[in-house]
Write a protein that binds this ligand. Structure first.
Ligand SMILES: Cc1cc2nc3c(=O)[nH]c(=O)nc-3n(C[C@H](O)[C@H](O)[C@H](O)COP(=O)(O)O)c2cc1C
Length: 253
């Protein structure tokens, strides 16, 4: 079998030498994890220990994620890192806005206006699975609401991100942003950290615009919680399945 483990372009060691020289040393051990293991062990975590991710480690993760590809290398990302008090202040402001019934309008449409199959069934499975894992009955609207509101509390994490994109950019740049967000999650896995991408953090955008003095030249996409999971939290045991490769792939020779 041919050995394809070493790329003829640049080995991992060469890349590390060339790029890592400028990267922060976070002062903690990095797990020896295959890229595939980082991908398949990533799970969205919804109960975190309240433990801030040290800035050097957060920086190191962002230093890795910035190598995400983007069309014409335009790198359309803009990130706020919220730690401790800053995160609490933002959470408080969003919770107050929610309580006061302030407008809850994301600055873009995440989903199509009409749900249809097969997406509707997948969405239902995901929702029922999630609430089931938390022991919340389907008709318990109050408990479902409370579970949703945990999004705004960054699921108990002490570190989170908000993601912004220049408002004049098009679909392609949103694609770029997806690669960036997943890169953060995978880089975090390499350091034994867990994450959850959160569109919900794009709700109440006026709170973020005001608090961080950002004009409408930027659109709030959402955010992410990052940290160490509460190991025995039932919600973290929820593992939504995936469709098979052959369901979405056409093989041609
Ligand atoms: C861009 C993006 C936004 C998401 N927003 C939320 C969110 O606001 N709240 C939430 O609980 N999960 C959110 N998720 C997590 C998805 O529900 C989750 O990825 C999906 O159910 C698959 O589960 P897994 O990530 O554990 O494999 C989001 C995921 C992505 C990629």
């Amino acid at each position: 079998m041919p050995d394809h483990s070493v790329s003829s372009l640049m080995t991992a060691d060469q890349a590390l030498h060339q790029r890592k020289g400028t990267m922060t040393d976070p002062g903690v051990l990095r797990a020896d994890m295959h890229a595939e293991d980082a991908l398949i062990s990533r799970r969205s975590i919804r109960a975190f220990e309240y433990e801030p991710v040290p800035d050097d480690l957060t920086r190191r993760i962002l230093e890795a994620a910035r190598w995400a590809p983007s069309g014409s290398n335009i790198q359309p990302w803009k990130v706020h890192v919220l730690n401790g008090n800053a995160l609490q202040k933002y959470t408080d402001a969003v919770l107050a806005a929610e309580k006061n019934g302030e407008p809850r309008e994301m600055e873009y449409h995440y989903y199509a206006p009409e749900w249809r199959e097969p997406f509707l069934a997948r969405r239902r499975d995901c929702g029922f699975g999630l609430y089931g894992a938390m022991g919340i009955a389907r008709d318990d609207r109050m408990a479902r609401h409370d579970a949703f509101v945990s999004n705004f509390k960054f699921f108990g994490a002490a570190t989170g991100f908000l993601f912004w994109i220049p408002s004049d950019l098009e679909h392609g740049s949103w694609l770029d942003y997806g690669t960036f967000i997943q890169s953060i999650s995978i880089a975090a896995r390499g350091w034994g950290l867990s994450t959850i991408a959160q569109g919900a953090l794009g709700e109440f955008p006026h709170v973020a615009h005001q608090m961080f003095d950002i004009g409408d030249e930027f659109t709030l996409i959402g955010g992410m919680s990052i940290g160490w999971p509460v190991e025995d939290a039932p919600v973290n045991l929820f593992q939504p399945d995936r469709i098979d490769v052959d369901e979405f792939t056409t093989w041609l020779d």
